[in-house]
Design a protein around this ligand. Structure first.
Ligand SMILES: Nc1ncnc2c1ncn2[C@@H]1O[C@H](COP(=O)(O)OP(=O)(O)OP(=O)(O)O)[C@@H](O)[C@H]1O
Length: 255
């Protein structure tokens, strides 16, 4: 396994070839305390596409994102970032253009919206172009924003760093439908501007409406993949087989 952090840095000035995935995993396994949770995963994300990662509670979606981001060490297979095999941790991948949007809102409450946007090394204006509703809130302390506004700011902070690839973990948890639509459409706009996106989202119909492709996880393995529009056409079957609470309980009983 080649660990080539220096090469990651060196490649940041060069745009990735569209033909080459920004991020790919082959036979990737990862878990906790030596127990694998995701196994044998093959996936990829290319510039300009939104890829959804779907699965029931406990299927391994967050674990997959953490392993791809370098937060959780992989126990098998490979992750390639910008065409090179990598085991670099998140902060080094972040320097090379990987943005991670966590499940929980990640703003500093005592700082204003603008100060939050300036925390990264990026360009607040780039984020404000994608999320202009933050403009009237720039001088307000982030702690005084609503939950939805804080999640919009969380996404904006990551976008301000102008990442090449965005990994987003259930951004919409507990938010009103309008805010969810807003976050998803901003993610789509970001992809249209050339960013690759891998997104975990419980609101399957909504995420498939903005995604290009999707992977469906069950018991830590990718069981289904395809174009988002095709999967949306089979949504009832997919929900019953892979995504419902009943499917998750059945999994645990079987497992
Ligand atoms: N830090 C941890 N230590 C041990 N096991 C963990 C840890 N985090 C998650 N797990 C286990 O790994 C499995 C997959 O969890 P993960 O959070 O990746 O699933 P998920 O698909 O993201 O679920 P959800 O939709 O509920 O967030 C679960 O059985 C979970 O209990």
């Amino acid at each position: 396994m080649t660990v080539d952090v220096g090469a990651e840095r060196a490649t940041t000035a060069q745009p990735a070839q569209p033909a080459q995935p920004l991020l790919s995993a082959s036979s990737m396994s990862a878990g906790y305390g030596g127990v694998p949770v995701v196994r044998d995963m093959d996936l990829e994300v290319r510039a300009g596409e939104v890829v959804a990662l779907l699965g029931a509670n406990g299927a391994g979606k967050t674990t997959t994102l953490l392993a791809l981001a370098g937060v959780l060490p992989i126990s098998g297979g490979e992750v390639a970032w910008l065409g090179r095999t990598s085991r670099a941790p998140l902060h080094l991948r972040a320097r090379a253009g990987l943005g991670f949007v966590p499940e929980s809102r990640a703003v500093i409450p005592s700082l204003t919206t603008m100060e939050n946007l300036r925390l990264g090394r990026g360009d607040p204006e780039a984020a404000l172009e994608l999320l202009p509703e933050l403009k009237p809130l720039l001088k307000r302390r982030a702690g005084l924003l609503s939950g939805g506004e804080q999640q919009i700011l969380t996404l904006a902070r990551v976008l301000a760093a102008q990442p090449r690839l965005l990994l987003a973990d259930e951004m919409s948890l507990g938010l009103a439908p309008m805010i969810v639509q807003r976050l998803l459409s901003a993610v789509r706009d970001a992809a249209n501007s050339g960013i690759g996106v891998l997104i975990v989202e419980q609101q399957v119909r909504n995420v498939l409406a903005v995604a290009d492709r999707a992977y469906v996880l069950r018991r830590g393995k990718i069981e289904l993949e395809g174009k988002a529009a095709e999967l949306a056409g089979r949504l009832e079957e997919i929900e019953a087989t892979y995504l419902t609470g009943a499917a998750a309980i059945e999994e645990q009983a079987d497992g």
